[in-house]
Design a protein around this ligand. Structure first.
Ligand code: UN1
Length: 510
């Protein structure tokens, strides 16, 4: 059941795989990419990456396929996504386990990610019978005015290793019902997961005689990523990753006046007021800071503790951190798996040096885990640091389980520090005081795209629009009206009268 080879086999992933799909698996000849299990360093499989020529073939195909797909009625497109949701239900355990094998998140979270795919499919099916436009009141007699939403074209989807399947699904399910075709460039650290997803979606498409909607190109950022973001045939690029990556994508896409949907780094914080239900707060902080080994963009990275509870809460947190079981992410008792690779471990250790240099105090953790885990595994201790918000390292997003504890006295000060970072993704306050909660959610409160009360910063539902402000990039994906980012809006005015009145009452030549 949990044997890597069997899981891969069941998902159609071979020892060596083609890295590009566009109606068929292309005969790719790019450099071989090896996927390793971060929990033990073992090789999981290989992928022959796509070359520039493969990319060209795939994008031309996606572009051509759009002409047909855009004319399929949206509810019929929704039916494909309904079936995709069903297929994902069948493969939830295997695909979840593959996510775990390839990027190291614990199995509950691997399966949770597949559930997130299923949820967005369900959402998109309903959406396929909506995609509403407004009807407006015309100022002219015998005129009707309304707007409608049309498919926009080929959507480029660039995903990160940390949510290798859910974030694709947020984009793909919505783009598909919107009538777009797509080009997916997954992270080079999770190529097998992408191939498995492509096999699942292919089965649904084949059953329905649908071709060319979902295309895949696995390759380097330099070759494939650059080609994709520069490509005028791709009107929308949705990219998830670091702020540095997103700044580059945003610039390149803007230069050709394309549209980008950017979901970049976060530096998410929880404020805990003295009146809070502290048991709830503790659980939320633990999941937010330790979950996914601190590798969510919604991970809790800063914790503002009121001075009255600082010492007690910190003590409870240290106790809770000591109980965190670190190890094999496929073991259901494990709470924290490895980081994604040894490079991530290096970045974590460098952050520890920076913390010490900048005057931070490491209260718990700060080291690589070597005992009781495979030597080649990328395991680290979750870490608690007493810090100041202004420290350069605190201002940065380090993709690792490091939580900075910051003391405050007045809520206004906490909110000011909370907002005083470059990023603006997710945020939370724990309080039972209505006034504090409402202040935090108000225009003078959190400046993030997501702001919660008595809920942590991570683990958002798909029904809301997901994304954030400032260096987080401003994009919105998943629920609410995020679908509008994947369509073009057209305003239509129809004159059904016998005269030709002009707007603004202009008289012209009569
Ligand atoms: C991400 O880390 O890129 O809100 C996405 C959450 C998840 C999605 C995270 N539903 O934590």
């Amino acid at each position: 059941m949990r044997n890597a080879k069997e899981i891969l086999l069941r998902l159609g992933v071979k020892p060596v795989n083609s890295g590009a799909y566009a109606g068929e698996w292309l005969d790719t000849e790019g450099p071989e990419l090896i996927s390793y299990n971060p929990a033990n360093g073992e090789e999981l499989g290989r992928v022959r990456t796509a070359t520039a020529a493969d990319y060209e073939k795939a994008v031309a195909y996606a572009h051509e396929s759009f002409k047909e797909w855009r004319m399929v009625p949206a509810p019929k497109r929704g039916e494909i996504i309904r079936q995709l949701g069903e297929e994902l239900r069948v493969h939830k355990q295997d695909l979840g386990a593959l996510v775990t094998l390839e990027m190291g998140k614990i199995i509950a979270e691997g399966e949770g990610e597949v559930q997130e795919m299923i949820d967005i499919c369900d959402f998109a099916v309903g959406l396929s019978r909506q995609l509403y436009g407004y009807t407006m009141q015309s100022e002219r007699p015998f005129h009707r005015m309304y707007e409608q939403w049309h498919p926009i074209g080929v959507v480029g989807i660039i995903t990160s290793f940390n949510f290798p399947v859910a974030v694709w699904a947020w984009n793909a399910a919505i783009a598909a019902v919107c009538g777009d075709t797509m080009m997916w460039k997954p992270s080079s650290r999770t190529p097998l997961t992408a191939i498995a997803v492509q096999h699942i979606v292919n089965r649904v498409c084949e059953r329905n005689g649908v071709k060319g909607v979902f295309n895949l190109v696995i390759g380097s950022r330099k070759e494939i990523g650059e080609a994709l973001i520069h490509d005028k045939r791709i009107p929308v690029v949705s990219a998830t990753g670091s702020c540095a990556m997103g700044r580059h994508v945003g610039e390149v896409v803007a230069r050709r006046l394309g549209r980008s949907i950017l979901e970049l780094g976060g530096n998410n914080a929880i404020i805990v007021m003295p009146d809070a239900d502290l048991k709830l707060a503790l659980r939320a902080v633990l999941f937010g800071a330790v979950g996914t080994a601190g590798q969510r963009c919604t991970t809790t990275r800063r914790l503002f503790l009121h001075e009255d509870i600082f010492d007690d809460f910190t003590r409870s947190l240290v106790e809770a951190y000591k109980q965190v079981r670190i190890g094999d992410p496929l073991d259901p008792h494990t709470l924290m798996g490895p980081l994604v690779d040894q490079k991530a471990v290096r970045i974590y250790l460098e952050a520890m040096d920076a913390i010490r240099e900048q005057g931070g105090k490491i209260i718990y953790g700060g080291e690589k885990v070597t005992e009781g885990v495979p030597a080649a595994g990328a395991f680290v201790l979750p870490t608690l640091v007493e810090a100041k918000n202004s420290m350069p390292i605190v201002q940065e997003e380090t993709f690792a389980p490091i939580l900075y504890l910051i003391r405050f006295r007045e809520l206004d000060d906490a909110i000011r520090m909370h907002n005083d970072v470059p990023q603006g993704l997710s945020s939370a306050i724990f309080t039972t005081n209505l006034k504090y909660a409402e202040k935090f959610l108000s225009a003078m409160g959190s400046d993030c795209g997501i702001a919660n009360v008595n809920i942590g910063t991570s683990g958002a539902e798909i029904g809301g629009a997901f994304g954030g402000e400032k260096d987080t990039g401003g994009g919105r994906e998943a629920g609410s009206d995020a679908w509008k980012g994947y369509m073009r809006r057209q305003t239509n005015t129809i004159n059904w009268g016998d005269d030709m009145p002009l707007a603004q009452g202009i008289k012209f030549g009569d």
